[in-house]
Write a protein that binds this ligand. Structure first.
Ligand code: GLU
Length: 452
C-alpha cells in the first residue's frame, strides 16, 4: 500500500514547481488519507479519478489595470481557478493579498472541492483572486480595483456557472463593488456572487457563518469524543479578520473564555477575556492595528512579531483548552504544536484554510488531540453561501434564526459524517482522514457517473 502511495505522489512531484509547493502539501495529505478507499474500490483507479481531480478544469489569468488616487496607473494579476464542477457550479472565494499566485489558488481551490463536497450541497470547487494588496488603499481605490477586476472576470462567471465569494481581503464592501460592476456590464441582476450586503440579496448571517460554524463543529466533536462542553474553558484564537472575530463571538456566547487574537504585526493576550466590541471597532471599522487594543486595556499584553518564539507564533504559546487558528495557511508550526500539547491543549479547530503545517498536524494526531481540519471545520462559510444562492434563485429572504439553525444542522452533519467515515475505514478519531475520504468519495462517485 505504501508503495502505491509513493508511486502516486512521485507522478505529481515530478511536475511540481516552486509556486505549487503549497498545492502539493494539500494534495499529499489527501492522497495519504484516501489510500484505503483507493485500495478497497478499484473503480477509482480504473477511472483515473485522482489524476483527473488534481488538475483544474481551467485556470483563468488576466491583467488588472487601475488608476490609484494619484492618477498613477497600477497593474496587478487576477486569477480564477475553476477546479471541479462534478457536484455543482464552481464555488469558492476570491482572495486579495500580495502572496496570491497560481500555486496558492490551486491549493485553496483543491481544498474547496472537498470542503464543498463535505457540506452535502450541490456546489463544485473554485478559488480566485489577485496579488493586489488592499492594505492602506482608500475606499475609492478599492472600488476602482474591484471594477477593473470584474471587467475581465465577468466573462467566466454566472449563477449556474461559477459563483465567487469573499476570502482574505475580500468582504462585503468588495463584493458590493464587484456586484455593481457585474450588473453594469451585463445588465443582469442575478446571484452571481455570494457574501453580498443584505440590502441587495445577501444572506443574513453570511459574515458570521464561518466562525459560528467552526464553533458548532467543535462542540459536536468534543461531545462525540469527550462528552465535554466548551463553556467555561480557556480558548485561544489567532487572527482578527472575519473568521476570527465570529469564532470569538460564538465562543463567548456559549460561555468560553477567549484570551487572544492577533494580526500580521502582533498578538494581544488579555487574560480576563478579549473585548470583542473593541476588536471589531479596531479591525472592521477602522482597519487599524490590533496594538490599539492597549490604548483601552493597558493591563493586556501585546507581543510584537519580533518577540515570537523562534519558528513559532505567540498565540500558541499561551496555555488553553482549545485552540482556533483563524489567520492563514501554515501559521501553526511544529514548534507551536509542541507548545500547545505541552501546555495541556486538548482540541484544535482550523478556522483558516490549512493553518497547521503537516508536521503540526502529525503531532496533533499522534498525541490524540481532537483535531478538526479546515475543510470540515470551516465549511460553514461556503454552506451559507449556498443558502444565499438558494434564496436568490427563489427570491426569498430567510430569517437569521432559519439560517443559523440550518448552519448548525449542516455542521453537525459534517462532523458526524467525518467521524463515521473515519470509523468505517479503521481510523476512528482521525478527522483528517475521515474528511478527506468522505469529501473525495462524493466527488469521485459523481465524476464516475458523469463519464470522462
Ligand atoms: N472563502 C471561503 C472558504 O474558504 C468561502 C467561499 C464561499 O463562500 O464561496 O470556504
Amino acid at each position: 500500500m505504501v508503495e502505491t502511495i509513493k508511486d502516486e505522489l512521485m507522478k505529481f512531484e515530478n511536475s511540481n514547481c516552486a509556486e505549487d509547493s503549497i498545492f502539493f502539501q494539500a494534495m499529499e495529505e489527501v492522497i495519504y488519507s484516501i489510500s484505503p478507499l483507493l485500495e478497497s474500490d478499484p473503480r477509482y483507479k480504473s477511472h483515473a479519478i485522482l489524476e483527473r481531480l488534481v488538475v483544474p478544469d481551467r485556470i483563468i489569468e488576466f491583467k488588472v489595470t487601475w488608476l490609484d488616487d494619484n492618477n498613477k496607473i497600477q497593474v496587478n494579476t487576477g486569477y480564477r481557478v475553476q477546479f471541479n464542477n462534478a457536484l455543482g457550479p464552481y464555488k469558492g472565494g476570491l482572495r486579495f493579498h500580495p502572496t496570491v499566485n497560481k500555486g496558492v489558488l490551486k491549493f485553496l481551490g483543491f481544498e474547496q472541492i472537498l470542503k464543498n463536497s463535505l457540506t452535502g450541497l450541490p456546489i463544485g470547487g473554485a478559488k480566485g483572486g489577485s496579488d493586489f494588496n488592499p492594505k492602506g488603499k482608500s475606499d475609492f481605490e478599492i472600488m476602482k480595483f474591484c471594477s477593473a477586476f470584474m471587467t475581465e472576470l465577468h466573462k467566466y462567471i454566472g449563477p449556474r456557472v461559477d459563483v465567487p465569494a469573499g476570502d482574505i481581503g475580500v468582504g462585503a464592501r468588495e463584493i458590493g463593488y464587484l456586484f455593481g460592476e457585474y450588473k453594469k456590464i451585463t445588465s443582469s441582476y442575478e446571484g452571481v456572487l455570494t457574501g453580498k450586503p443584505f440590502m441587495f440579496g445577501g444572506s443574513l448571517m453570511r459574515p458570521e457563518a464561518t466562525g459560528y460554524g467552526v464553533v458548532y463543529f467543535t462542540e459536536t466533536m468534543l461531545e462525540q469524543e469527550l462528552k465535554e462542553p466548551l463553556s467555561g474553558k480557556i480558548c485561544t484564537v489567532s487572527g482578527a479578520g472575519n473568521v476570527a472575530i465570529y469564532t470569538i463571538e460564538k465562543l463567548q456566547a456559549i460561555g468560553a473564555i477567549v484570551v487572544t487574537c492577533s494580526d500580521s504585526q502582533g498578538t494581544i493576550y488579555d487574560s480576563r477575556g478579549i473585548d470583542l466590541k473593541l476588536v471589531k471597532e479596531i479591525k472592521l471599522e477602522r482597519r487599524a492595528s490590533i496594538k490599539e487594543y492597549l490604548d483601552v486595556y493597558k493591563e493586556a499584553t501585546y507581543i510584537p512579531v519580533s518577540e515570537y518564539p523562534e519558528g513559532g507564533h505567540a498565540v500558541w504559546n499561551i496555555p488553553c483548552y482549545a485552540a482556533f487558528p483563524c489567520a492563514t495557511q501554515n501559521e501553526l508550526t511544529e514548534v507551536d504544536a509542541k507548545n500547545l500539547i505541552a501546555n495541556g491543549c486538548i482540541s484544535v479547530s482550523e478556522g483558516a484554510n490549512m493553518p497547521s503545517t503537516p508536521e503540526a498536524t502529525e503531532l496533533f494526531l499522534s498525541n490524540k488531540i481532537c483535531f478538526a481540519p479546515a475543510k470540515a471545520a470551516n465549511a460553514g462559510g461556503v454552506a451559507v453561501s449556498e443558502f444565499e444562492m438558494s434564496q436568490n434563485a427563489s427570491m426569498q429572504k430567510w430569517s437569521f434564526e432559519k439560517v443559523d439553525e440550518k448552519l448548525k444542522e449542516t455542521m453537525q452533519q459534517i462532523c458526524k459524517r467525518v467521524f463515521l467515515t473515519a470509523k468505517d475505514y479503521g481510523v476512528e478519531g482521525n478527522y483528517v482522514d475521515g474528511a478527506n475520504i468522505a469529501g473525495f468519495k462524493r466527488v469521485a462517485d459523481a465524476m464516475i457517473a458523469e463519464g470522462i
